[in-house]
Design a protein around this ligand. Structure first.
Ligand code: FPP
Ligand code: MG
Ligand code: MG
Length: 396
């Protein structure tokens, strides 16, 4: 039974679910306009890492055991769905569900115990190794990815991006207007799907992500007007990390919290889910800011050195600035003079900025994993730890 001790990876736990995310999003995006369909689905052809959906579904599974507000739970889409006896799941787990075959047996049990009272259609949460993902949580995963993709459609217009996910950037293919419409359309359909979850708390939390994204972009735009960016001190890092939370980590933190809430988790589990998403999100963006200095555009699928070109001083620059004060004037004029970008690039590489950024990312990933202590240990918590480790190792 050696096999049983090997931790299950994120792909094994949610891979099958993940493979439906894109198809399902495409169905949410159907419209009467062939052109709108083509533009709004364009970035899905490039793949994407699906970090958000993966987190939502792993948190769903991690929160599915022994963490609910009551023994028996009535969650789910609307009021017309029967109750699932979750003690069944707990029993299944205590008997050590560890094979696909057993897992399917539990799946069938749950499916037969729960029927959509309207259509009489079987209502099937996904169950693997005794860990459950509800249809509402699956839908949340899609909403998360739709919001993320919508923000990228707008971001690439704002940043004049050349490529994304190995494809020509949206506006290079279809023009600015189409790119903006497509982003708006994704948000509209995501909002409808969100409303259909019929959970006012989740609707409010996920809506607040949209204003966080704008808030983060504003902070990034105005960083030089804010006195905290005058020198590379603690305040500058605070400003940078706050911006990073808003533009990247808020979506993940709030998606994780919402996933736990949809599973009717207790408050401490929802809070831990939020903390995990927040810290993993900051770690993720720190690695993103580092990769902008260390890999080729071909490997990344989008331009490198882009942040300097956009006038942005990210963590590697802030650290380098501490060691090379001559970076100060370059930061202040947003690397706009001839040769600034090249000089800053050289100084970052001559400093310990990249290593220190990586170390900071490790710290945040560590904090994320510490937040998992509140969850009962399961294949899902192990997979979340595995995901944290793999995000640190990523090179695209
Ligand atoms: C990518 O960052 C962009 C974001 C994480 C968020 C963009 C947010 C907006 C455009 C505002 C609000 C939009 C909506 C639809 C609510 P980046 O440019 O640093 O990364 P990149 O290198 O991947 O382009
Ligand atoms: Mg941007
Ligand atoms: Mg960008």
């Amino acid at each position: 039974r050696e096999r049983d001790r090997k931790p299950v990876g994120p792909k094994e736990l949610v891979g099958p679910e993940l493979s439906f995310v894109t198809d399902s999003m495409v169905r949410l995006l159907e419209s009467g306009h062939p052109m709108l369909n083509a533009v709004s689905q364009y970035y899905f052809a490039g793949g994407g890492k699906h970090v958000g959906p993966m987190l939502v579904m792993l948190i769903a599974q991690a929160a599915s055991i022994g963490t609910r507000r009551t023994g028996e739970t009535s969650i789910l889409v609307g009021s017309d769905i029967d109750r699932i006896d979750f003690s069944l799941m707990d029993r299944a787990l205590s008997q050590n569900i560890d094979s696909d075959r057993e897992s399917q047996a539990v799946n069938q049990l749950v499916a037969s115990a729960t029927r959509d009272s309207n259509g009489g259609r079987p209502y099937e949460p996904s169950v693997r190794w005794g860990l459950t993902i509800l249809p509402t949580q699956r839908r949340l995963a899609e909403i998360t990815e739709l919001i993320h993709t919508a923000s990228l459609l707008h971001d690439d217009v704002i940043d004049h991006a050349e490529t994304r996910r190995g494809l020509p950037a949206i506006q290079r293919r279809f023009g600015n207007k189409m790119a903006i419409f497509a982003g708006d359309f994704l948000l509209a359909r995501a909002s409808m799907a969100l409303a259909r979850l019929r959970d006012p708390e989740v609707i409010e939390i996920m809506s607040s992500v949209l204003s966080d994204l704008v808030d983060g972009e504003f902070k990034q735009l105005q960083n030089l007007e804010d006195a905290s960016m005058a020198q590379p001190d603690e305040r500058a890092f605070e400003y940078y990390l706050d911006k990073t939370y808003l533009k990247t980590a808020s979506l993940l933190a709030k998606s994780c919290r919402s996933s736990a809430l949809l599973g009717n988790s207790t408050d401490d589990i929802a809070e831990a889910a939020h903390l995990f998403g927040r810290n993993i999100g900051i770690a993720y963006q720190l690695i993103d800011d580092l990769l902008d200095f260390t890999v080729s555009s071909a490997a990344l699928g989008k331009p490198v050195g882009a942040d300097l070109e956009l006038g942005l001083a990210t963590a590697p620059v802030l650290y380098a600035w501490q060691e090379h004060p001559e970076l100060g004037p370059l930061v202040a004029r947003r690397f706009s003079a001839d040769g600034d970008v090249q000089t800053a690039w050289r100084l970052v590489h001559a400093s310990s900025g990249i290593d220190r950024t990586r170390a900071l990312a490790h710290q945040y990933a560590q904090r994320a994993c510490e937040a998992l202590a509140v969850f009962p240990q399961s294949h899902a918590t192990a997979a979340l730890e595995g995901l944290a480790a793999s995000l640190l190792r990523r090179s695209r």
